[in-house]
Design a binder for this molecule. Sequence first.
Ligand code: BG6
Ligand code: MG
Length: 212
Amino acid sequence: MRYKAVIFDLDGVICNTDRFHYCSWQQIADKIGVCFDEKINDRLRGVSRRDCLDIILESHPLQLSETEKQCYLNEKNELYIDLLEQMSPADLSEEVKSTMDRLKSQGILLAIGSSSKNARSILKQLGLENYFDAVSDGTNITHSKPDPEVFLKASEYLGVEPALCLVVEDALSGIQAARAANMDCAAYGNGTKYNLADYNLQHFSDLLTIVL
Ligand code: BG6
Ligand code: MG
């Protein structure tokens, strides 16, 4: 087999939290008085909460203080966490779960590589808290995607060299991070539109033909 491990992004790959991020950033943008739309939201995928706020503030004429920024970041996360409460194992698609189960049963190691600091609580909501062989997330990195750190940490935790890891990503920043980590990448969902990955998954289960 060409790959020993698969490293999954979380938001937009394993679960559909995009609408929760969108809804909470929309409320923060309205409060600040800056424009927020799908185009800006597209740039928020895969990047840290802090970097998201800086992207949203690009069109704001005034410089916010560090304290103001911190308040907005906390507020965004509170709104987001409230929305996450709605998630349950029923939000994990049958196709995603059965594909991962099959990879696991064939001895492929599975990891999460996410910029989110909420990754572990999302996994818990989905009933996946003890499922992955390694979790690398926003709590163990200093640079978020497109920096390769989160994926390199995942490969280190798994004990599998980068060249033998396949990343599954929905974000441009994530595809770039996989490349920078010297890992092959399969784009999924929103990620397929960039045509920059080694594979484009039409269906999540296409992973089986790539990996097994
Ligand atoms: C990524 C999302 O998974 O996590 C980004 O794609 C988000 O949009 C980032 O900004 C950080 O998430 P959190 O949960 O730490 O605010
Ligand atoms: Mg994502």
